[in-house]
Design a protein around this ligand. Structure first.
Ligand SMILES: Nc1ncnc2c1ncn2[C@@H]1O[C@H](COP(=O)(O)OP(=O)(O)OP(=O)(O)O)[C@@H](O)[C@H]1O
Length: 333
């Protein structure tokens, strides 16, 4: 495959493979994270997004076997050069220590500042993420915070040591829509303030549209498409990306709420021959069932599809027709 140019990379992932019991879930993934960019990773459940994110942090489950390279080894400096904003803020905070103490401990774990200075930085960090009365709230325990406030505290924790990369794994899934927007905004602001790159694992295409510079679309552990977010979302070149976008509510045919993508992704270890997406792809041809497409450069992005040149624009039509037909088939006679 054609990798990206290394010169621009803050982090280079090459041929990453992650397997459990010999079954590969991430299958030869290569991409870069560039300085200060927001790189979104999207794809249906089970695509390998979280595992990829965890690999960057050196936080894979113990029974995972891996190959490939991730350079430089920022994971060796987790908490300082790379940090995590998890889906569930409670899992990132200890229930038995005040939030401010935990932030101060994070500061002192990487620098020799005094307790007093660490504490002052902790309060300032909570204030920066919009926690009202930060000095008092610093003395409170996580259970005394609301869900949105807890997620802000976790963002403060992830950015307090000014890392090069922040990895956020579905950071807003547990929140309602209003808090989701607030938390994403705070995350984007803090990333900008400390000059970190952000790797954002998400199902939320609105978040991608609003915050991402580039987007990596994954399917069955493989790269499907990678490029500038506005271009990929505006004119997808891989049928899978098009299907994913077509399945958003705003693209549903009038009066219908049918999923635009037929079927479900294959389970790891039960991949079809050739392109893993072929059984669901309206453009699939013999070549797709014969050989898995490798990512290739297409107009400034990487696309892994034999048939990209055949994809109409807007491609969503292709999936809407498919969906409408399916719906009609289901109508009683
Ligand atoms: N500890 C594990 N042991 C075995 N298989 C695992 C383990 N963790 C993940 N997997 C499998 O690896 C695949 C990819 O998982 P991953 O969590 O990365 O998907 P994802 O794209 O993040 O999905 P979601 O959007 O649902 O979080 C899934 O099929 C999952 O079942």
């Amino acid at each position: 495959m054609e990798p990206e140019k290394r010169s621009e990379a803050l982090l280079s992932v090459r041929e990453l493979r992650i397997a459990f019991d010999g079954v590969e879930t991430v299958r030869g993934l290569s991409f870069d994270v560039r300085p200060r960019e927001v790189l979104a990773i999207v794809g249906e459940s089970g695509a390998g997004k979280s595992l990829t994110a965890r690999a960057l942090l050196g936080m894979l489950p113990r029974d995972a076997t891996t190959s490939g390279t991730i350079r430089p080894d920022l994971a060796a400096h987790r908490g300082r050069r790379i940090s995590l904003v998890p889906q569930d803020a409670l899992s990132a905070l200890s229930p038995v220590h005040p939030v401010g103490d935990q932030l101060a401990a994070a500061v002192r774990s990487v620098s020799g500042v005094s307790r007093k200075e660490a504490r002052a930085r902790a309060v300032a960090a909570l204030d920066r993420v919009g926690i009202p009365d930060a000095a008092r709230k610093a003395r409170a325990y996580p259970h005394e915070y609301s869900g949105g406030m807890r997620q802000r505290a976790v963002i403060a924790m992830a950015t307090i040591n000014e890392p090069d990369v922040v990895v956020a794994d579905e950071p807003t899934t547990a929140l309602d829509e209003e808090r989701r927007d607030q938390v994403l905004r705070v995350l984007a602001e803090q990333r900008e303030a400390v000059g970190a790159a952000l790797v954002l694992v998400t199902h939320d295409m609105d978040a991608v549209r609003e915050h991402a510079d580039r987007v990596l679309v994954m399917y069955a552990g493989h790269l499907t498409e990678l490029g500038p977010a506005d271009e990929v979302l505006g004119r997808p070149r891989a049928p899978y990306t098009a299907g994913l976008l077509a399945s958003l509510p705003q693209h549903a045919p009038p009066g219908r709420r049918l999923p635009a993508l037929r079927g479900t992704p294959p389970a790891p270890g039960a991949l079809p021959p050739g392109c893993a997406f072929a059984p669901r792809c309206p453009l699939a041809a013999d070549v797709c069932r014969a050989a898995e497409p490798e990512p290739q450069q297409v107009e400034g992005r990487l696309v892994a599809c034999h048939r990209w040149a055949e994809l109409p624009h807007p491609a969503t039509e292709l999936f809407q027709e498919q969906t409408a037909e399916e719906g009609e088939e289901r109508q009683p006679a």
